[in-house]
Design a binder for this molecule. Structure first.
Ligand code: SIN
Length: 539
């Protein structure tokens, strides 16, 4: 327990600090709370995260006809040769226990006759996706964990508190600086162990399923603090976001295809069997690219999803959230096919971590979508991400408990420091950046477009200012510029196509490229590229 001698109103001290409040953050926080006091710092409402919108569910080998090894094989296959096999073994073998723990916290998955119902999604060899309230699994997980965290006596929650930077003293992370958004008040959170669980970066794209909070804050802060980022070129596009005006795009879960829905082109043809033996249930990168290519040859901005083969009663009960949204958007779900198009959905990219959630910065752990352990390879298997949050959240809490508990003075922050500056970029460039990433660094890339985007991002990077006060939007935009630049650097460096990364100028996978790409900051702000083996990529 850290106890300051003098109360400092703008400095809050905890044993553990968790930044972010999706499944990974809250699950970690609940386990840390058994070992000390915990602050959860989150920049929006507690439940606003990618988890809240996850439809499909949690993939886990719990059925009699299933085994972790089978789940592992499917994960490796989808990952296009880039998954760390040990990370996959950890996920799939520890997954059942982590899900039981979640159920022990009160999570109720859908059941039939007392048995858990298991859904099917793309590239899974069997039914193994647990879901809740039909297609509202993420919302139910988030509600369960938020309810527990909110009443836990050892957890204090700080909503609308934006982390502006990691606090590093003598090469060790000792907490974070944050901006309390409503009144732009500065707060310094100090802790022996900080855990980043800040989620993904979908908002750097114009077309994304991700909510507005996904601006890559944790990745950008970790980068500024000297952490390494890995596989930044791999951003997964989901093939079936509803084609409609506005952002974020509404997701139509892969589980719909798991129940029999099929994709059709402008001529009404079922085109996926021409692309892959698994047809509509091929790995996500394959389906997304097929849809993209079909849209191009049809000269349309969408293809159509036909769920007429799913009995209506079943469709209504299994997908109540999707039905409600389609009705809200004016679709006649009894008669119409629905227009869908790919949208940026998930970052396999992130802060390099080992299998205990350690980053390269002492005192800093990271879990969930903001990380890259090599688990997902070049293309994440559907519904493996909430499971990752659970398994690695538990592992992070165990690791944090073993780490030294340091006093306030030992952490070296006793001296009052001047209010920390914040890195900001003009919010007006946000839309321009999203459009540029969509057109130049989207599902199909080539060297020329990437270099053009790189030049623009370098200019925006030079425009990032370090100022004493700032708004959330300005700080987020600076983070988006930082992570977008790193996605481009990595996409330029990987001169092959693999998983979610498709280079039109290098359209084939190259065995020589079966390795991870690690970025670290150079003096002067550049990004140096290193390569690490598929196995144990953290080094
Ligand atoms: C979906 O429900 O299709 C998305 C699931 C996921 O991204 O894992």
């Amino acid at each position: 327990m850290i106890t300051p001698r003098v109360p400092r109103p703008n400095i809050r001290e905890f044993d553990f600090l968790v930044v972010g409040s999706g499944v990974a953050g809250l699950f970690t926080a609940l386990h840390l709370a058994e070992r000390g006091n915990v602050a959860v710092v989150t920049k929006d409402d507690l439940t606003e995260s990618n988890t809240e919108y996850a439809q499909g569910g949690i993939a886990v080998a719990l059925g009699q006809d299933d085994a972790p090894e089978d789940h592992g094989r499917d994960t490796l296959e989808a990952g296009a040769g880039l998954c760390d096999p040990e990370a996959v073994r950890v996920l799939t073998s520890e997954g059942p226990g982590a899900v039981e723990t979640l159920m022990g916290l009160g999570m109720r998955f859908d059941r039939s006759g007392g048995e858990l119902v298991r859904g099917r999604e793309a590239a899974h060899g069997r039914r193994r996706i647990l879901h809740a309230s039909g297609d509202e699994t993420g919302h139910e997980v988030e509600r369960c964990l938020a309810r527990r965290a909110s009443v836990h006596p050892s957890i204090e929650i700080f909503e609308h508190a934006l982390m502006t930077d990691l606090l590093v003293v003598e090469g060790r992370c000792v907490g974070v600086d944050a901006l309390l958004v409503p009144d732009a008040q500065r707060v310094r959170f100090v802790a022996s162990v900080t855990v980043l669980a800040t989620g993904g970066l979908g908002q750097i794209y114009e077309v994304t399923t991700n909510p507005l909070v996904t601006t890559g804050d944790g990745m950008a802060a970790a980068w500024r603090a000297g952490c390494r980022l890995m596989d930044m070129e791999f951003v997964q596009f989901h093939p079936t976001a509803l084609y409609h005006e506005g952002s974020p795009k509404f997701l139509i879960s892969e589980a719909v295809r798991g129940e029999g829905a099929v994709l059709r082109n402008a001529a009404g043809e079922h085109f996926m069997p021409d692309w892959h033996p698994q047809g509509d249930l091929a790995p996500r990168d394959v389906v997304a690219r097929a849809v993209f290519s079909q849209m191009r040859s049809d000269g349309r901005k969408y293809v159509e999803l036909d769920f007429s083969s799913i009995p209506l009663e079943r469709f209504l009960s299994r997908f109540p959230g999707i039905v409600a949204e389609l009705r809200r958007q004016g679709f006649d779900i009894y008669r119409e096919r629905v227009p869908v198009a790919p949208a940026a959905h998930y970052a396999m990219a992130g802060i390099a971590t080992d299998l205990q959630a350690r980053t390269h910065l002492p005192g800093l752990l990271a879990v969930g979508e903001c990380t890259c352990s090599g688990l997902h390879g070049a293309n994440r298997l559907a519904s493996n991400s909430m499971l990752e949050g659970l398994v690695f959240g538990l592992r992070a809490a165990q690791k944090a408990a073993e780490m030294p508990r340091l006093s306030y003075e030992q952490l070296g922050v006793a001296a009052e420091l001047a209010p920390p500056p914040v890195r900001v970029a003009a919010p007006a460039i946000r839309g321009e950046l999203q459009r540029l990433m969509q057109s130049h660094v989207g599902m199909e890339r080539d060297g020329e477009a990437l270099r053009e985007a790189q030049e623009q991002l370098q200019a925006w990077t030079r425009g990032i200012a370090v100022v004493p006060a700032a708004s959330r939007e300005e700080a987020e935009t600076a983070n988006m510029v930082t992570v977008a630049r790193l996605v481009i650097e990595a996409a330029l460096a990987r001169t092959e196509s693999r998983g979610a990364h498709f280079r039109a100028d290098f359209p084939a996978a190259d065995p020589a490229w079966q390795r991870h790409l690690v970025l670290h900051a150079e003096e002067g702000g550049g990004a140096a590229v290193e390569f690490t083996p598929v196995e144990s990529p953290f080094g």
